[in-house]
Design a protein around this ligand. Structure first.
Ligand code: GYE
Length: 334
């Protein structure tokens, strides 16, 4: 080998070595989240958050678990942050503000009330953090203030409950309505659908209607007071969720009344203890409202990140449980 070609080989080797070592020293590329934002972890994984309103009662616990389980399934892709507003809308607003400040990549929000989130939506938009509403609605424009909302059709749930009750009572009933949290989209809609439906039967009357905040304890207490005031006038209970219906059943039994027989009871959700109460003959029926949002929530977020055009609302299909099928579904219930 001539002197010149030897030098050339050395030069090439030097260049290769230099390139190799500089490559080793180079910092990893800035976090590549693909959505234009950096995850709070600062690494390649995206941080996705779920801002839950509270975590009491089987429905909400099932929802939280479903979100956590789905995030765990996709833990190669995501870090998961969970916040619990403990039943206070103001805390939920500040939880979401904190998540925005942490620069998470996306937020799933189950808004306790419809109002109160507009400034938060503005802040998220400014920070380019997508928000997907799950389970309840909030005031704002889908596709602008938030990506979309995934939920059940609450008006239809109320209609189905009203229709069932009209059929069972031949259109004649003195009804107690136990309502969900005032200010929540779901309580408004469940009332509206029911009231519209029973308006078709002039002898179906709501004789008392009160907020019992979706809890068993409040359902029982409110029902005790209504029993004191209305007694035997009560022939039916429509509860906006199973927990309140189960509270009402306790109150009726304590007053010597016969839930499921003298007083027909219909509610919404489909939790395990409600299906057990149907099997025991104390609850008559429940309209399903599915709390297992994990898979559809994450799939929807990924569709958004792929740039797919999403519907402004994604509506879950729900079933109906009564004495004919409660035993069949009780084991899979939450
Ligand atoms: O029916 C109830 C819960 O927002 C759809 O909230 C949900 C409702 C659900 O506390 O049990």
């Amino acid at each position: 080998m001539s002197f010149v070609s030897k030098n050339r080989v050395l030069l090439v080797l030097l260049v290769v070595f230099a390139a190799f070592f500089s490559g080793c020293n180079r910092k990893p590329a800035a976090s590549t989240n693909g959505d234009g934002s950096n995850g709070a972890d600062g690494g390649a994984k995206k941080t996705v958050a779920f801002a839950q309103m509270e975590n009491t009662g089987p429905w909400r616990i099932a929802e939280s678990e479903s979100m956590k389980a789905e995030a765990a399934k996709r833990s190669g892709t995501y870090n998961f942050v969970y916040t619990d507003a403990q039943g206070t809308t103001a805390k939920q607003v500040s939880d979401v503000e904190d998540l925005i400040a942490r620069k998470v990549s996306a937020i799933f929000l189950a808004p306790r009330e419809a109002e109160g989130f507009s400034a938060t939506f503005e802040a998220a938009k400014a920070a380019k953090i997508p928000i997907i509403l799950i389970d309840r609605e909030a005031t704002g424009t889908p596709g602008v203030d938030f990506v979309t909302v995934i939920k059940s059709d609450f008006i239809k749930e109320g209609q189905r409950a009203g229709e069932w009750l009209a059929k069972q009572t031949n259109g004649k009933a003195g009804i107690v309505e136990l309502k969900g949290t005032t200010g929540s989209s779901v309580a408004n809609d469940r009332s509206r659908g029911f009231v519209e439906e029973i308006a078709k039967s002039p002898d179906m009357k709501i004789i008392a209607s009160q907020d019992a905040n979706f809890t068993r304890a409040e359902g029982q207490k409110v029902m005790e007071n209504i029993i004191q005031a209305k007694g035997k006038e009560i022939t039916a209970v429509y509860a906006h969720n199973d927990e309140m219906a189960l509270g009402a059943i306790q109150a009726l039994k304590a007053a010597g009344m016969n839930p499921g027989k003298d007083v027909l009871i219909i509610s919404i959700d489909g939790q395990k203890s409600a299906l057990q109460a149907i099997i025991a003959g104390e609850l008559n029926a429940t309209v399903e409202c599915n709390p297992r949002f994990g898979p559809i929530a994450f799939d929807t977020l990924e569709r958004y990140w792929r740039g797919e055009k999403l519907p402004l609302q994604i509506i879950n299909e729900d079933r109906f449980f009564d004495a004919s099928n409660a035993a069949q579904f009780v084991n899979e219930a939450y």
